[in-house]
Ligand binder design. Sequence first.
Ligand code: SF4
Length: 296
Amino acid sequence: MEHIGQIFRPPSEANSLLLQISLGCSHNKCTYCAMYDHPDQKFRIKKWETIAADIAEAAQYSQQVRPIQRVFLCDGDALILPQDFLEKIMRELKEQIPSVRRIGIYGDARSILRKSPEQLATLKKLGLGIVYHGVETGHDKTLLKIQKGSTAAEAVQSAQLLRNAGIRHSVIVMLGIGGKENSLAHAQATAEILTQMDPPFVGALTTTLVPGTPLFEEGENGQFELPDPWDMLEELRIIIRESNLSRCRFHSNHASNYLPLSLNLPTDKEKALMQLDQVLDRRDGEDLKPDFLRGL
Ligand code: SF4
């Protein structure tokens, strides 16, 4: 199995076959992101022969050792690959590894909106079960600043397209990404966009300034100020309180977060708000995950 560079995958794909079909990210401009800054991981699509050989190797494993049920297609925004190429890969997976029940992939508004409803329906038929989408914020001013390459309205449109195709949507938002200056506006706009998107999964991550990224530089020269942990929890409280989700598994238990929560919304809303209120009222550092455990 050929894996070039560092492989990233969502936590829920821990037991999946990680099939690398492209390298890096076609966008690679988000100011906080250092995922694919290694020169080996400059964006490119892998050769069919390499991918086919990896699928053949995985098929053998699946037959002889343990049936593979889930596959995650790497890298960054693999959904941006041409439709016929994605279909070819998924057909091969279906044929060679019939035990596969679900295929997952990273996508964003740019890649989702390039697909027609028919194309998404075909991918769904071929096994695409879930798209992981870093929406980060619903605040357009922040989206522009972090060079996300898409708007809040486009993220909402993406959610609609995926829902219509029957593909699950896992949305990631980032606490603190608006900086101290736009903390409140970011949280309110994020609650608003989540309500409009109404995804079945949401993960809230905490922004960290990674050396080498433009956002880190902005932090160093005073153009960006990261909200403190309490302000980030206040953001989380606003997002949970003001969003209106019909049925959502909501996590804030990423390694980067100060207060891990794992909720079913709306059922656990009041309980979560009470917990956040208590922590925010006490403002006791003992309630927060220490930095050395935050996987920074
Ligand atoms: S789209 Fe994702 S992988 Fe690409 S630069 Fe932005 S955050 Fe990084």
